[in-house]
Design a protein. Structure first.
Length: 150
C-alpha cells in the first residue's frame, strides 16, 4: 500500500511540475497545430505569422506553414463578398515568392471558386532564406500587394 501511495505522489508531483512549466513557458506546447505545421522547418523559425491585406474588395491572408524537401507550403485564404470572378485569375502568374535573389512562381495553387477560398500554395525552392516576400499583382485592383516575413 505504501508503494502505491509513493508512486501516486510522484506521479502527481510530475504532473504538477509539467503544468507549471507549460503555463510559464508561454503555452507554446499548447499550440499543437502550430508545432505540427512548422515541424522540421528550421528555415521558418523566424518566418511566422499570418499576413493579411484587405485593400480592395478581396481580403488576402498568407501564412507560411512548412518548408521540407525543397518545398515551401504557404496557406492562401481569399475572402470577398463583391467579386464573382476570383476563379478567372491565373494565380501562378500573379503570385511570386522572393527569397534572397530568387524570384519564384508557385508550382501548385489551390482551386479557387466562390467567395471564401482556402488552400495551399507550393513553391519549389532549394535554398529558403530567413526573410521572404510574397507579391500578389493585380488581384481585383491595380498594383501589387506585398507580404514580408519577418
Amino acid at each position: 500500500m505504501e508503494t502505491i501511495k509513493t508512486t501516486l505522489i510522484a506521479g502527481l508531483s510530475l504532473m504538477g511540475f509539467l503544468a507549471v512549466y507549460l503555463v510559464s513557458s508561454g503555452n507554446s506546447f499548447l499550440d499543437f497545430p502550430g508545432l505540427i505545421a512548422n515541424a522540421e522547418t528550421k528555415p521558418l523559425d523566424k518566418i511566422i505569422g499570418v499576413k493579411k491585406t484587405d485593400q480592395g474588395d478581396v481580403i488576402v491572408n498568407l501564412e507560411p506553414r512548412k518548408y521540407k524537401d525543397g518545398k515551401l507550403t504557404v496557406r492562401l485564404q481569399l475572402e470577398t463578398h463583391n467579386v464573382n470572378n476570383l476563379h478567372t485569375y491565373d494565380y501562378k502568374k500573379i503570385i511570386q515568392l522572393e527569397s534572397g535573389d530568387q524570384r519564384i512562381s508557385p508550382s501548385s495553387v489551390p482551386r479557387i471558386g466562390g467567395h471564401h477560398n482556402i488552400g495551399d500554395l507550393i513553391f519549389n525552392i532549394d535554398n529558403l532564406s530567413d526573410r521572404i516576400k510574397i507579391k500578389v499583382s493585380g488581384l481585383n485592383r491595380p498594383g501589387v500587394r506585398e507580404f514580408s516575413w519577418p
